[in-house]
Each structure stands twice: as C-alpha cells, then as structure tokens.
Design a protein around this ligand. Structure first.
Ligand SMILES: *Cc1c(COP(=O)(O)O)cnc(C)c1O
Length: 389
C-alpha cells in the first residue's frame, strides 16, 4: 500500500476557475490544437519576451524538437550537466548525437561549472543544453560567452525555470531555444505539456514543421477552410498540445508569478531553518542579485558521510515524502558505458542531495515540521543523541 503522506513532495491546487476552463474547452467541441493553444502560446511568449513560442506535448518533446531544429544529429556531441533529469540525455541520443557530461560548481551551486563545460567542448560539439537547476539560473554570462567563442548553440532546459530570469531576461529566452515542461509537479502544471521559445525564425519554422509530421498545413487550418491539402517536407512527429490542457495552461500562467513567489518564501523558510545547521547546506544561498529563481524544488545537501537512505526512511515514517534530484545521468546503466569525463564534484555531492516537500500552498508550519523531522532523523542516523526537544 502507498504510504499516507502527511506532507507530500508536491501537490496541485484545484479550483473552479481551472475546472471551468477545462469544461469550456470540452464544450467547445474542438479538442485538438486550435485557438486555446494559440492563446496559450501568445501569452507564454509575451511572458518570456520571445518572438516565437510553440506548445508541445511535454518538456521532453520540447528538448527533442529543439535539438533537431538546431541541427543535432549523428557525429555531433552535446554537452550537458550530469546532475540533471534524464530527458535531455535521452533526446540527444534520439537525434543520433552523443551526450557529453560536464560537472557542477559545488554543493552551494548545483548548476553547471562553466570551466568544466568549456573543457568538455570538442570540435564535434554542436550544442550545450544548459539546465537551470531548481529554477536558479545557471551562469548565463559564462555559458553565452563560451558558446560564442566555441561556436556552439545554447539550448536552455528551462523545465524548472518559468518565471526565472538572468539580468532581467527571462530564463528560456537567452539561448537559441528554451524548453519548458508543464508536468504535474512543475511550476506551471497542466498534467503533461511543454513549450519551446525562440527568437530565430528558421528554428521556429523547423520546430513548427517537426511538431506536426513535417506537414505544411494543420487540421485546424483545413477545418476553417484555410487549406485543403498539405505537403510533407520534414520527417516529423506528433508532438502537439491539445485544447483542454492549453485551457489549463492559460489559467496556470496567470498564477505563475504568485505561485513562484509563494515557493520562494517557503524556500527562504527552509533556508532559515536548515542552512548551516547540523552540517546541512541549502544550495544557492549566495546568488548574484541579477539572478531570479523560480524556486521549483527545495533541495538540501546533507553533511558528507550521512546515511541518506536512513534519513529518507525516517522521514517517510513521519509522513514526509522526499525525493532526489537527481541520480546523476552518467551513473545510469544505459549511459555508464563509453567515454566518460571525470565528474568529481557531481560524485562528491550526488549522494548527499535530498529534495524536500515544496508547492505553493504548502504551509510554513509544514516547512517547520519537515525541518524538525529532518534534523531529528540526521541526529538519529548519525548515532548521536537527539538534541531536538
Ligand atoms: C520535467 C523535466 C523535463 C521533461 O519534461 P516532461 O514534460 O516530463 O517531458 C526535462 N528536463 C528537466 C530538468 C525536467 O525537470
């Protein structure tokens, strides 16, 4: 039986505005990509200040299409941090290219290390996939400088980062393409969904074609009598979003800045309760003023040598759900073989990462409960006598 979580890792808020939007989309009688998708794209594009925004089936599809649209294929290498969700690595492989992993900066900054990124680039590197871990923008000054000097393309994996920004520029809008996910536990949840944004008209055109089988017209165009036939000019996919989820997306986008702010307050609370206490580190304590985080997840780095499994078991027993973002990709069996660069910082930090519950309507009281439980479980698993009353 599944444990009964007192405090789940993630949760969605449901209300009438959301269900009414879904009902209206269903009642409209047009369910596949149409006017609500177009509206969602337009609103998302104005939030990211991008010329082109294309809604897609999920964040993985956004990454896959972006890699293809910038020309990744067999013989190419694509550099990305190993401390990452597996989606980017899988989609790089699906283009025929080879993922090459780079290291992170440290336990205080879990984003890619620009010096190691630079070192990982070879003559075969076509692109960098830059993750904004937990919604904290990675050092985009360095990434863009390296990309320009080494003549490689930047794709942002902004799955964690809608609403985040770097020097006032929205995350996802700094590279050639920015990829977002609207999975249920993300900052803009709609179930399954994603978005690609770009300012490059040629990339946008390839994205548009590849999203829908390389067909030159859409069902919606033909339904409206705007077209009668089509040609197929690329070997594409069906990576479209539907009207029902676009309707949810429009509502959720309207709430993004409020819900990101709520996440930020809760992460601050975790930081105040945990950072520097009992050897716990809450990363991204010292971000530059020009980096705005969307605070997607709340991550703690446990003291070196602590028994994370025991800590997680104790938290589970207390009804607190936790997770790990992420088991590094280079350790997964399908990625472990073949050429690998040493990743000493990732190796040193990976087994100490612990993701704590976070969602906009999580109460501050719950954050306090989690913090107390975490400290008690650390004391117990380290064999020390509990000092917490
Ligand atoms: C969620 C996520 C993805 C994939 O998005 P899906 O919508 O689940 O396909 C890609 N990268 C990162 C960093 C993610 O967190």
């Amino acid at each position: 039986m599944a444990p009964q979580w007192k405090i789940p890792l993630s949760d969605v808020a449901v209300d009438d505005e959301l269900t009414n939007a879904v009902t209206a989309a269903v009642r409209s009688g047009w369910w596949s990509m149409g006017p609500r998708v177009a509206e969602f794209e337009a609103q998302f594009g104005s939030m990211t200040r991008s010329t082109h925004s294309l809604a897609v089936a999920n964040g993985t599809a956004a990454l896959h299409l972006s890699l293809l649209a910038v020309g990744c294929g067999p013989g190419d290498e694509v550099v990305l941090p190993s401390l990452n969700f597996v989606a980017a690595a899988n989609t790089i492989v699906h283009t025929g290219a080879q993922p090459v992993f780079c290291d992170i900066r440290g336990s205080g900054d879990l984003n890619l290390d620009p010096a190691d990124l630079d070192a990982a680039i070879t003559d075969r590197t076509r692109a960098i996939v830059a993750l904004h871990y937990a919604g904290f923008p990675c050092d985009m000054d360095a990434v863009l400088e390296i990309a320009e000097r080494r003549k490689v393309v930047v794709i942002e994996d902004a799955a964690h980062a809608p609403g985040g920004s770097w020097r006032g520029r929205p995350c996802g809008s700094l590279g050639t393409a920015g990829c977002f996910s609207f999975f249920s536990n993300k900052n803009l949840p709609i179930g399954e969904g994603g978005m690609v944004v770009t300012d490059d008209p040629e990339v946008a055109e390839r994205l548009r074609l590849l999203r829908s089988h390389g067909m030159t017209t859409l069902t919606w165009d033909r339904h409206r009598g705007h077209a009668h036939s089509y040609d197929v000019v690329e070997r594409g996919f069906n990576y479209r979003l539907d009207e029902i989820r676009a309707a949810m997306g429009i509502v959720q986008l309207g709430r993004l800045s409020t819900s990101n702010a709520a996440r930020g307050r809760l992460v601050d609370r975790y930081r105040a309760l945990l950072h520097g206490v009992d050897g716990i580190e809450v990363p991204f304590a010292e971000m530059p003023d020009h980096a705005v985080s969307s605070n997607h997840i709340a991550v703690a780095v446990l003291p070196a040598g602590s028994d994370r499994a025991a800590v997680r078991t104790a938290l589970t027993a207390a009804g607190v759900q936790t997770s790990v973002h992420y088991p590094p990709i280079h350790r997964f069996s399908t990625f472990a073989s073949g050429f690998q660069r040493p990743l000493p910082v990732t190796e040193a930090v990976a087994d100490r990462l612990l993701t704590l519950p976070l969602y906009p309507h999580l109460g501050e009281r719950s954050v306090e409960v989690v913090a107390v439980q975490l400290r008690e479980s650390l004391d117990r698993s380290s064999g020390a006598v509990s000092a917490v009353a």
